[in-house]
Write a protein that binds this ligand. Structure first.
Ligand code: GLN
Ligand code: ZN
Length: 760
């Protein structure tokens, strides 16, 4: 029996890769130094896994930036604008890689980066392959050399290795194709995979883990047919293929899968209910069955005894054909729990990060092989202890959730009437201007927060320094002439972490970083118990800001679905229950803000799309409870309080009814990059409330011109009457500098004024 991982976190326990990347991009280290550092990163990852007892090491899971981008490089499918600069072909492959990802690299010229989007229902972002028939059909050679050199390097740690590849069907599914006819490109794409297979086979590779996570989705008959044809037409030579699926059950595709010319199947047994016995009995008798029995995406210790009990009959039946692994790549898990020095012992005894998950597999294997469960019984005691620990329960919170009625999920007054009441209270001009919440997070601000965390400054000093930032933001907004102001969020490190730290039932780590994209990592809070609010979380800052101006200051809260989605969540309570608890805590904050005179409150929900299950058949159920949680957090606001929400960087067109169901008074949404493509969806279904489609892309340092924003607004006016149209950037400004922010917003205000003059 093999135990293996589908992939290991690349970033490093101390985010070593992040720092190497950023040094290289800044020019602080040479390319040779960078490559040496990334090599030692890979070696250390293999060593950690090997020492933990993993006996089949993954090779090819590592990436400098993204593994989908690596597949693009491997297949020789980098768009021409990156490889041919000034007419000449570049052969600096590392810089080509970074140009695709970021639009710039130490060498080569600047050009538009490829799009980046979320990897299934995770907060990991991949670089979207851009395919066209011309690109796929040309005769560029695939580039297997880096993969093979990693394969050789791994031998220093173990000769039991497997190559990890993204399969052709998933790669194609995730790409953008000029005329959208993806399957038309399949034959040429397969020719490239064929070359890869030949070269791997010639180099003596045995096992290839071929990732096809799209098998967890519903696929139409064309895709199912194409799946069969592809896998049966590829000549794999001496290679053995482990078809690998994750993030959902594949029971609905067993009839398809069993016909594919592969040598084994990996299934995720934790993401959804799956009938492992039925699947195994349907598959060819010689296949390896790899079971993902340890959750690769959360941080809880596994109850190994209950897994052992389920596995024992399977192991007796399958023997060495049974392999064990985490459910998915450990990319989505932090690296090493041992680093956590400040965490209380009880909480720590409930957790397992990537390294510990490898150790869990080794314990499980040992118990199965020796038929002795003593050690895992001991291990599982603390995992089971969590379920009965007093600190996870808060009877008041449970009671509050139980006694919710439909009235708690609805504002008392309908939008049309609210709109009139709010207009009387706020007296805003037509096409009101506002921003999404954050203002530039300068080095100064970060330093203030860091000092406060380290107790290098006292509370009073800290408060004074943050207030100075708030004041500067208010003064600046007044000068620019914005209509609805914000306090600027200087006190927040991260929109989820900030609230998480102030909520009961949520814990924090020092080093539980998870890669979000490239060198960017997030440190998700851990929701371990019932959630409540200790005390007001934003009130004092908002009151201070409002005291400085006669213009309305919009308070900023993070919504329940986003807090849930961007945290590690307890697995002993359905997610929808956890979302309700968070919603109640947020609604307490809404109450306090309203009682203290706040007229406008924004509840951000940028993660609402990402929280969706992978299978479309489950979307509606999710959207029902997700939108209900949002409404629960906002419903107590009286009619005269204007509720805004904001969402960004996701595909929203297919969830418009849910967005409408949020019943926010104003929705500000990112659309600038796509030239307001979102608005096309409103041709089918009009948006009934106020809407602020972002008029400029905050990711770009370029200052948008008045004309460009007027043009976008004129386009928006075709879909939304001016009386319901807002003018705002497409997301928060925290990553921008002050100068560009001031100029951009000043132009935005001019654009609004220009249009007001003609609309009046
Ligand atoms: N209010 C947040 C900000 O302005 C929203 C961030 C987001 O959309 N992710 O930064
Ligand atoms: Zn945003």
């Amino acid at each position: 029996m093999h135990i293996h991982t589908l992939g290991f976190p690349r970033i490093g326990a101390k985010r070593e890769l992040k720092f190497s990347l950023e040094k290289y991009w800044r020019g602080d280290i040479s390319q040779a130094e960078f490559l040496a550092q990334s090599k030692s990163r890979r070696e250390s990852n293999w060593q950690i896994q090997h020492d933990a007892g993993i006996d089949l090491l993954p090779v090819g899971d590592f990436a400098h930036y993204d593994h989908v981008l690596n597949t693009t490089l491997l297949l020789g499918l980098v768009p021409k604008r990156f490889t041919h600069q000034h007419g000449a072909q570049s052969n600096n492959t590392l810089d080509i890689e970074f140009s695709v990802a970021r639009g710039q690299a130490p060498t080569g010229c600047q050009c538009a980066a490829s799009d980046m989007t979320k990897w299934f229902n995770t907060n990991y972002h991949y670089i979207v392959p851009e395919l066209s028939s011309a690109l796929v059909a040309n005769d560029v050679e695939v580039d297997v050399a880096p993969l093979l050199s990693h394969y050789n390097d791994a031998q220093a740690v173990s000769d039991q290795r497997k190559v990890v590849l993204i399969g052709p069907m998933t790669y194609l599914h995730l790409s953008v194709v000029e005329n959208d006819d993806k399957l038309a490109l399949l034959p040429s794409l397969l020719a490239r995979y064929q070359q890869v297979f030949q070269q791997l086979s010639a180099a003596g590779v045995t096992w290839v883990q071929i990732d096809e996570p799209i098998l967890a989705l519903e696929l139409n008959s064309d895709w199912q047919q194409a799946f069969k044809q592809s896998y049966n037409s590829l000549n794999k030579g001496t290679l053995k293929l482990l078809l690998t699926t994750y993030f959902g059950a594949i029971d609905h595709h067993v009839a398809l899968i069993k016909c594919l010319a592969v040598d084994g199947l990996h299934i995720d047994t934790v993401a959804e209910k799956t009938q492992v016995d039925l699947i195994i009995s349907a598959l060819p008798g010689h296949w390896v069955i790899s079971l993902g029995v340890i959750n690769g995406r959360n941080i809880w210790k596994t109850d190994l005894v209950s897994v052992f009990q389920k596995l024992q009959p399977l192991y007796r039946q399958l023997g060495t054909r049974l392999w064990l692994a985490p459910s998915c790549s450990l990319l989505h898990s932090p690296v090493d729990l041992e680093q956590e020095q400040k965490m209380d012992a009880e909480l720590k005894s409930w957790l397992a990060f990537a390294k510990q998950k490898c150790q869990e597999l080794a314990l499980l294997k040992q118990a199965l092989v020796s038929e002795n469960s003593d050690e895992i019984t001991l291990y599982s005691n603390s995992a089971l202890g969590r379920r009965v620990a007093p600190r996870i329960n808060n009877v008041d919170v449970q009671q509050r959730v139980k006694s919710l009625t439909t009235a708690n999920y609805q504002r008392a007054v309908a939008f049309e009437q609210r709109k009139q009441i709010q207009q009387q209270a706020l007296n805003l001009p037509c096409l009101p201007t506002t921003t999404i919440g954050s203002f530039p997070q300068t080095g100064d601000i970060r330093e203030v927060r860091a000092k406060w965390r380290k107790n290098a400054i006292d509370q009073q000093t800290y408060q004074g320094l943050i207030e100075a930032q708030i004041k500067a933001a208010i003064v600046c907004q007044e000068e620019i002439g914005l209509d609805v102001l914000v306090h600027g969020e200087a006190e927040r490190n991260d929109m989820v972490e900030y609230f998480g730290e102030l909520l009961e039932g949520v814990a924090f780590t020092q080093f539980a970083w998870v890669q979000s994209y490239g060198s960017r990592c997030v440190k998700p809070p851990i929701i371990f118990g019932d959630i409540s609010r200790k005390h007001p979380m934003t009130l004092e800052w908002i009151k201070y800001a409002q005291g400085l101006t006669d213009k309305p200051v919009k308070a900023m809260l993070t919504g329940p679905v986003t807090i849930l989605t961007w945290s590690f969540v307890r697995d002993d309570l359905p997610r929808e229950q956890v979302a309700k608890q968070i919603a109640l805590a947020i609604s307490d904050e809404v109450d306090d803000l309203v009682n203290n005179g706040t007229q406008i409150i924004q509840i951000d929900e940028p993660a609402i799309r990402e929280g969706m299950p992978v299978k479309q058949s489950q979307w509606q159920h999710y959207l029902d409870w997700a939108t209900a949680s949002f409404r629960l957090s906002a419903a107590k606001a009286p009619a005269h309080t204007q509720i805004h929400t904001h969402m960004c960087y996701s595909e929203f067109n297919d969830i418009l009814p849910a967005i409408i169901a949020l019943d926010a008074d104003v929705l500000t949404v990112e659309t600038a990059r796509s030239n307001m493509a979102l608005l096309d969806a409103f041709e089918q279904q009009s948006y009934p409330n106020d809407l602020g489609p972002g008029v400029y892309d905050i990711h770009s340092p370029n200052v948008p011109t008045v004309e460009s924003m007027v043009a976008l607004l004129e386009k928006a006016q075709q879909y939304i009457p001016s009386q319901r149209l807002w003018v705002n950037p497409d997301c928060g400004l925290k990553t921008r500098g002050w100068d560009e922010t001031k100029s951009a917003l000043a132009n935005m205000v001019l654009a609004a004024k220009q249009l007001r003059a003609v609309s009046d």
